[in-house]
Design a protein around this ligand. Structure first.
Ligand code: DAH
Length: 340
């Protein structure tokens, strides 16, 4: 009877829907296809063979249903095939043998890594680590550092004032002052920390950024010690062949003062990082001005010292070839995770 055959066709379609998802390999899928649709022995063929026994007026209905089932089953088999090939990754298409996709668990910020590297070099050279407050007095930030309050850096247009006399430190140099007020020489410290300036937010400026301050005070400290210390620092940070050069400069709290350059670690004869000069400027430095010693009550006849200050964010830009300082501070993990 036609209804029997139609029921068998329905059962065939249901069986296919049932089994196809459990098939895990291309070979098993082909075996299933042969069992269901195979021309000689398949279930569909077996049903169709019996259509011939039906009265002529019942044949078309069964034939139509047989075509539908054949197409539906073929579609199921095809979808499973592409799933197994990794095509659409449907729930049943998961390949449990693939290694998992790991979520990024975070890491040290690239600027922090540079701060840590620099700190390690100075630790090995015998420097202790000092710290000071980010909300600082005008006296520690400027006056004691021989910087008069009519200096442009002290203007409200350049520095964030919290209230009269109190500001967000514009450099780490006030940590020199706090250290000298608290400790007798010999002093040999570095002070990493964040500083604040009313600078524009542009490729080379950020309103908050890192600095590392250094200070050495003892009897008999000379410019030779400054050059030797910073030369050794540069070789340890950038490589043993690194050379250092001092260019005359001016800072209120050092005399004489210098800008310190190192030979570009990235090229032999000029590249885009050093803008073809072969040199990279990495810090300011100098001999502690006697006026600074006077402000903190250290005897400038007996003691001398040197100081230096650098921006690890800028050094990290050079080291990693990052063209825009803002990229350090935008917190875009797609960018930051490259460095861990
Ligand atoms: N404080 C300076 C600045 O923020 C950097 C600096 C230069 C620090 C020379 C020093 C130094 O200790 O000797 O630009």
């Amino acid at each position: 009877m036609a209804t029997d055959l139609i029921q068998e066709l329905d059962a065939l379609e249901a069986a296919a829907a049932d089994e196809v998802g459990g098939v895990a390999s291309g070979d098993d899928l082909e075996a299933l296809r042969v069992r269901l649709l195979g021309r000689k022995e398949g279930r569909l063929t077996a049903i169709l063979r019996r259509v011939g026994e039906l009265p002529a007026d019942q044949k078309p209905a069964v034939g139509k249903r047989a075509n539908e089932v054949k197409e539906a089953v073929s579609a199921l088999l095809e979808r499973r095939e592409s799933e197994l090939a990794g095509g659409d990754g449907g729930a049943h298409g998961l390949d449990l043998t693939l290694p998992g996709r790991r979520a990024w668990r975070g890491g040290r910020h690239p600027v922090t890594r540079v701060v840590d590297e620099i700190s390690e070099v100075f630790r090995d050279l015998g420097f202790a680590r000092a710290r000071g407050p980010e909300a600082e007095t005008e006296w520690h930030n400027f006056v004691a550092l021989n910087t008069p309050l009519d200096h442009p850096a002290a203007a409200t247009s350049d520095t964030f004032y919290l209230e009269p006399g109190l500001l967000l430190r514009s450099h780490t140099s006030p940590v020199q002052i706090r250290t000298m007020l608290e400790h007798e020489p010999p002093i040999r410290i570095i002070a990493p920390g964040v500083v604040y300036r009313r600078d524009p937010w542009d490729p080379s400026h950020a309103p908050a950024f890192e600095q590392i301050e250094g200070l050495v005070v003892d009897e008999g400290v000379s410019m030779v010690d400054l050059k030797a210390t910073l030369g050794e620092f540069a070789r340890r940070l950038f490589g043993p062949d690194t050379k250092t050069r001092f260019r005359p400069s001016y800072f209120p709290f050092t005399e004489p003062s210098a800008e310190v350059d190192v030979t570009c670690p990235f090229c032999e004869a000029g590249c885009s990082t050093c803008k073809g000069t072969g040199w990279l400027e990495i810090m300011g430095a100098g001999m502690v001005d006697p006026a600074v010693f006077e402000a903190v009550g250290i005897d400038a006849e007996r003691y001398t010292g040197f100081a230096f200050g650098m921006g690890p964010g800028r050094i990290a830009m050079l080291v990693y070839g990052v063209p825009d300082i803002r990229m350090w501070y935008e917190g875009d993990t797609r960018f930051l995770e490259q460095f861990t």
